[in-house]
Design a protein around this ligand. Structure first.
Ligand code: KG4
Ligand code: ZN
Length: 332
């Protein structure tokens, strides 16, 4: 079965062709990096306009690279949410139009669930369920129990900023470009992580929850109270990154103890961070860590098409009443 996936929930316009839920025939992502970089973050109205201009060329390119015609597509999958409502609506409208004109079914999928599926679709050995899932992105810091694909129970989440958002805000304070995660990771390589004693927050009575707003303020004070030489900036970046990642490791250890599983599936843009992968491998040597391949960590449509196939195979079909859901879908 050939699935065409569409992703437009935030600042990437993406289309991918995936065969049978796993084999990626093409995976096109048009990033809006240039548009939002100088503005320090995603501007929803500008994102929507760019999606409108870019979506159809991206679909055409995905078909071209997959070496198929549109008539060969069997199913349309689209990110239904969470995300920016206007941005989601553009992808959904295109998906409906394609489904209607081609006379093929349509499935809406959760963007967050798709981030987790990205790791599962790429791994030859499926996880042993139940296992843990961790979505670490610009919009989410969520730890969940995965009973099976489609059945989740949230066991920890952020009460304020998401981890990727914290990276982006810390980067902004350091005068680094958006998105901040990759910039902080690069600068941190030159810094001393022990120079500043930052610490992520804890949530009273909820040991599995996250709070990153305090650490952001600590970075603000460090920037204000020190002469920002290149070395000091690198030290702040390294100290911030280490503290944020240590907190993820701490909460995952607690979640493992609570659920007595030995597998964690990861998803989301922050899983791009190589320091995170190294530290977790060291901290949890007996745990199976299932990471998305680097080309599927950030927002992409291959994960949407892949998950769409799974949903369709378990009898989910949507129709022209499909609507954007800007907030959480399922427990995700
Ligand atoms: O999953 P994603 O593409 O979009 C959302 O669904 O949010 O994640 C984007 C986030 C941004 O906040 C970005 O700064 C962060 O992922 N990110 C990173 C790295 N690469 C991207 N954070 C830390 N280290 C990285 N190397
Ligand atoms: Zn995402």
């Amino acid at each position: 079965m050939i699935v065409l996936g569409i992703e437009s929930s935030c600042d990437e316009t993406a289309c991918s062709i995936v065969r049978d839920g796993r084999e990626i025939l093409s995976n096109i992502v048009a990033t809006q990096f240039d548009l939002h970089n100088s503005l320090g973050g995603v501007v929803p109205e500008l994102a929507c306009r760019r999606h409108i201009d870019t979506l159809l060329p991206v679909v055409e390119q995905a078909l071209h690279e997959a070496n198929i015609t549109i008539e060969q597509v069997d199913l349309i999958a689209v990110a239904q949410g969470p995300g920016l409502v206007g941005a989601l609506m553009i992808g959904i409208t295109a998906a409906k139009a394609l489904s209607l004109s081609l006379g093929i079914p349509l499935v809406g999928v959760s963007h967050t669930e798709a981030h987790l599926y990205a790791a599962i679709m790429a791994d030859a050995t499926p996880p042993r369920y139940p296992c843990l899932g961790a979505v670490l992105s610009g919009g989410h810091t969520t730890v969940l129990q995965i009973n099976e694909i489609g059945s989740y129970r949230t066991i920890g989440q952020t009460v304020d900023d998401a981890i990727g958002e914290a990276f982006d805000k810390a980067a902004r304070l350091l005068g680094l470009p958006y998105p901040g995660g990759p910039a902080i990771e690069k600068l941190a390589l030159k810094g001393d992580a022990a120079r500043f004693s930052f610490k992520a927050g804890s949530v009273k009575g909820r040991p599995l929850d996250f709070s990153f707003s305090g650490i952001k303020t600590a970075v603000l004070y460090a920037c204000r109270d020190n002469e920002l030489t290149d070395q000091v900036k690198a030290d702040i970046a390294a100290s911030f990154q280490e503290a944020a990642l240590n907190d993820i490791i701490l909460k995952l250890k607690r979640a493992l103890a609570e659920t007595s599983t030995d597998t964690i599936v990861f998803g989301g843009g922050v899983t791009n961070n190589r320091r995170l992968r190294t530290k977790l491998a060291q901290a949890l040597p007996d745990c199976r860590l299932i990471w998305p391949p680097f080309e599927l960590t950030l927002d992409n449509a291959a994960m949407i098409a892949g998950l769409g196939y799974i949903k369709f195979s378990s009898n989910q079909v949507d129709d022209l009443t499909l609507e954007a859901v800007p907030t959480k879908l399922l427990d995700l």
